[in-house]
Write a protein that binds this ligand. Structure first.
Ligand code: NDP
Length: 355
C-alpha cells in the first residue's frame, strides 16, 4: 500500500508538517535522515537539522526565559533528552530553550500525533509515476501519494583546498558542535562571515578562545542590529573589515595553526596565528536527491509555483522550510510553511480521492 504522505526532512518544517498530517489521520511517515552517514556528519545534515547545531533560541515564540529542565524531563523520553537535561549540577539556564531541546520536543510532538519515523536518507525519487517512488540509502523503495520536501539547507565552505585539508582538524562550520574541543581552548580563532550566524558563532567561541578574529568581506555586518551590537561590544571579538581568507595554514599533527588573511582593499596579506577557522557564510539547499524533477530557482532553492501555497512544479509534491526559502530562513517561518505543506497535502489527497 502506498503511503498517504511522506515527509522528507528533520527540522521545524518537517516536524510541523508531521504534527498536522498526523492529526489529520494521514498516518505520515518521516524520513529523518541517516545519522551514521559520514557525509551527513560532515555537512551537518543529521537528524534534527540545523537547529540541533545551535545554542539558545531566543526568537521562537512561547519560549521566554526560565528553567525548563523539569519540563524537558517529563516531556521527552530519557534517550531523547540532550545530555545536559539530566545534569542538575549545571547552573540554571537563563534562556527558555535551545536548539537541540526545541527539535527534540518537536519530534516528540510529531510522534505523539501519530508520525512514524525512519532514520534513512532518500537518495532517489521517481516523480513521473503515480504513486511516487522513493528509494532510500539501503536500497528500499517506498511509494507515496504525496510528498513534503523539508530537507533544509547546509553550511557553505569557501572552497579552498587548504580549508578542505584541515576539515575536522581546526576547520569547522559549526561552533556549537566543535567549539568546546580542547584544540580551541585558550587559543585565537578566526570566524568568517558577517551575518547572524557569524556573530552567534563568534560570541559562542569567546567562551573558549582567548580572542576571535571576525573576518567580514565588506565594511558592514549583515547581522541584525541586536547581533551587531553583541559583536561590537564583546571585547574578545575583533572585527576585521574588508578581509578574506587567503590560505589556511597548519601542520599534519596539530591541524590548523594560523590563517593567512588578505585585505580585499589593499591586497595586503597577514598571517594570524589561530587554532581554528569557523565558516558562517550562508547555506546551500539540500536538493540534489531531487534529480532535477522539481523546478528550482537559479539559487538552487525549490520554487513555490503558486503564490501563498507550498505547491511545487509537480502536483502532489509540496516544499516547506529552508529548502524553499532563501529569504526568511527562520525556525518559526519554517514551521509555518511546514503546517501549510501538510494542509496542502491533505487537500490534494482529498481532492483526488486518495484518502
Ligand atoms: P547570511 O546569508 O545572513 O550571511 C552570510 C554572511 O556570509 C554574509 O555576511 C556574507 O557577506 C558572508 N559571506 C558569504 N559568502 C562569503 C564568502 N565567500 N567569503 C566571505 N564572506 C562571505 O547567513 P547566516 O547563516 O548568517 O543567516 C541565515 C539566516 O538565519 C538569516 O536570515 C539570519 O537572520 C538567520 N539567523 C538568525 C539567528 C538569530 O536570530 N539568532 C542566528 C543565525 C541565523 P555579505 O554580507 O557581504 O553578503
Amino acid at each position: 500500500m502506498p503511503e498517504n504522505v511522506i515527509i522528507i526532512g528533520s527540522g521545524p518544517a518537517a516536524w510541523t508538517a508531521a504534527i498536522y498530517a498526523g492529526r489529520a489521520n494521514l498516518n505520515p511517515l518521516v524520513f529523518q535522515g541517516n545519522p551514521n552517514d559520514r557525509k551527513n556528519q560532515e555537512n551537518g545534515t543529521l537528524p534534527l537539522g540545523q537547529l540541533a547545531l545551535t545554542t539558545e533560541v531566543e526568537n521562537f515564540p512561547s519560549w521566554p526565559s526560565g528553567d525548563t529542565r523539569q519540563y524537558l524531563k517529563t516531556a521527552l523520553k530519557e534517550e531523547d533528552q540532550p545530555y545536559w537535561v539530566q545534569d542538575d549540577s549545571r547552573p540554571q539556564p537563563t534562556h527558555g530553550i535551545n536548539g537541540p531541546e526545541l527539535m527534540a520536543l518537536m519530534r516528540q510532538q510529531a510522534v505523539q500525533s501519530g508520525t512514524r519515523i525512519e532514520s534513512k536518507d532518500v537518495v532517489k525519487l521517481d516523480l513521473l509515476k503515480r504513486p511516487f517512488a522513493l528509494t532510500t540509502h539501503d536500497g528500499q523503495t517506498t511509494e507515496a501519494h504525496s510528498l513534503v520536501i523539508a530537507t533544509g539547507a547546509r553550511a557553505n565552505y569557501l572552497g579552498l583546498p587548504s580549508e578542505d585539508a584541515y576539515k575536522n582538524r581546526g576547520v569547522s562550520a559549526c561552533a556549537v558542535c566543535d567549539g568546546a574541543l580542547p584544540r580551541f581552548r585558550n587559543k585565537s580563532i578566526v570566524v568568517v562571515g558577517g551575518g547572524d550566524s557569524a556573530v552567534e558563532e563568534a560570541s559562542y567561541l569567546t567562551k573558549f578562545a582567548t580572542d576571535v578574529q571576525l573576518l567580514v568581506r565588506r565594511d558592514a555586518l549583515r547581522a541584525s542590529k541586536v547581533m551587531q551590537d553583541r559583536a561590537k561590544s564583546n571585547p574578545k571579538i575583533n572585527i576585521r573589515w574588508h578581509t578574506e581568507v587567503d590560505e589556511v595554514l597548519g601542520e599534519d599533527k596539530k591541524g590548523v595553526t594560523a590563517v593567512r588573511i588578505k585585505s580585499n582593499k589593499t591586497g595586503e596579506k597577514v598571517e594570524v596565528p589561530a587554532a581554528g577557522l569557523f565558516l558562517a557564510i550562508g547555506h546551500t539547499p539540500n536538493t540534489s536527491f531531487l534529480g532535477g524533477q522539481v523546478e528550482l530557482h537559479p539559487t538552487g532553492y525549490i520554487k513555490w509555483t503558486t503564490l501563498g501555497r507550498t505547491y511545487t512544479s509537480v502536483e502532489g509534491v509540496f516544499a516547506a522550510g529552508d529548502v524553499a526559502d532563501d529569504y526568511y530562513k527562520q525556525a518559526i517561518s519554517a514551521a509555518g510553511t511546514g503546517c501549510m505543506a501538510a494542509l496542502d497535502a491533505e487537500r490534494f489527497l482529498g481532492h483526488h480521492g486518495l484518502v
